[in-house]
Design a binder for this molecule. Structure first.
Ligand SMILES: Nc1ncnc2c1ncn2[C@@H]1O[C@H](COP(=O)(O)OP(=O)(O)O)[C@@H](O)[C@H]1O
Ligand SMILES: CC(C)(COP(=O)(O)O)[C@@H](O)C(=O)NCCC(=O)O
Ligand SMILES: [K+]
Length: 255
């Protein structure tokens, strides 16, 4: 069975054709394109995937565009599954206000639980960075921090003299003492971002250890991972399409 998974993030809408842990024909589309109207261009992009899909599964952290997304898919014959805190069979939400949890975070937790085992820590680096903790009890909660692009853009927007760095600027940043505005900014953002992720991971790992939990699986996903230093990448297993995988599992569990 193949599922067309669609993950609406604040910047991009990611999609792909999923069968278990195999994800094919992935792509992304600017979420802003659904802001005011349904998108025929999106429907066109998905047409070849839809020809092979048995069902559609989506989650969204931009609720205002959901109607336009559905309208973009109006011609599809397949059933459409929407992952929410009320449709995540098999994942206990050990959380005071389950409706607050981003649906992408629920999808990530389901994928971790299904394919990688618990306890798991999932780090998703999108517009925001999220940490999510899944234990034998279920989804426990996590952390929300600024994403790399948000950090970079905000520094530019709130100042007169700081330029906006590109994603490429943040790869392989050398040294520790900046010798120009851009070099100093590159250090601040690239090293600062990696340090933030490191510190958060350490805090969560320590907490689980204090509780006597077994060593957690650490998974990472999301667009900004490439900007972390190479040594950090060894600290987690990178699964680029984790959210799409979780969406397909969630739809299947509902059958
Ligand atoms: N392959 C990539 N390499 C580096 N940066 C990326 C990549 N893909 C996305 N990004 C950056 O990461 C940010 C968030 O990524 P994205 O996955 O689109 O977020 P969201 O899931 O919130 O929509 C974007 O602002 C984008 O500039
Ligand atoms: C934290 C998020 C903004 C991350 O979204 P993304 O960066 O992928 O666009 C999203 O999961 C969200 O809006 N969550 C709702 C708040 C919460 O999870 O508690
Ligand atoms: K995400």
């Amino acid at each position: 069975m193949k599922t067309l998974s669609i993950d609406v993030g604040n910047t991009s809408t990611h999609y792909g054709l999923v069968a278990g842990q195999s994800v094919q024909f992935t792509g992304h589309f600017p979420t802003a394109e659904f802001r005011h109207a349904p998108s025929p261009a999106f429907a066109q992009k998905l047409a070849p995937l839809l020809a092979e899909a048995d069902s559609i599964s989506f989650c969204s952290v931009v609720p205002d565009i959901n109607d336009n997304l559905r309208a973009s898919l109006a011609a599809c014959q397949q059933p459409i599954f929407h992952l929410t805190c009320d449709s995540c069979a098999g994942l206990e939400l050990v959380y005071p206000k389950p409706h607050e949890i981003g649906q992408d975070r629920i999808a990530n937790a389901i994928a971790a639980q299904e394919f990688y085992g618990i306890p798991a820590i999932v780090i998703d680096m999108g517009t925001a960075v999220t940490f999510d903790i899944v234990s034998s009890q279920g989804y426990e909660g996590g952390i929300i921090a600024p994403g790399l692009a948000v950090m970079t853009r905000y520094l530019h927007e709130q100042t007169a003299l700081l330029p906006e760095l590109s994603a490429e600027d943040l790869l392989n940043v050398e040294g520790a003492i900046g010798k120009s505005t851009v070099h100093a900014m590159k250090l601040g953002v690239a090293v600062g971002f990696s340090g933030m992720i490191d510190a958060l991971l350490l805090k969560v790992t320590n907490e689980l250890q204090k509780r006597g939990e077994p060593k957690p699986v650490v998974l990472s996903t999301g667009g900004s991972i490439a900007n972390l230093t190479k040594d950090w990448a060894h600290k987690s297993l990178f699964v680029g399409d984790l959210t799409l995988m979780g969406l397909a599992v969630a739809a299947k569990r509902q059958l």
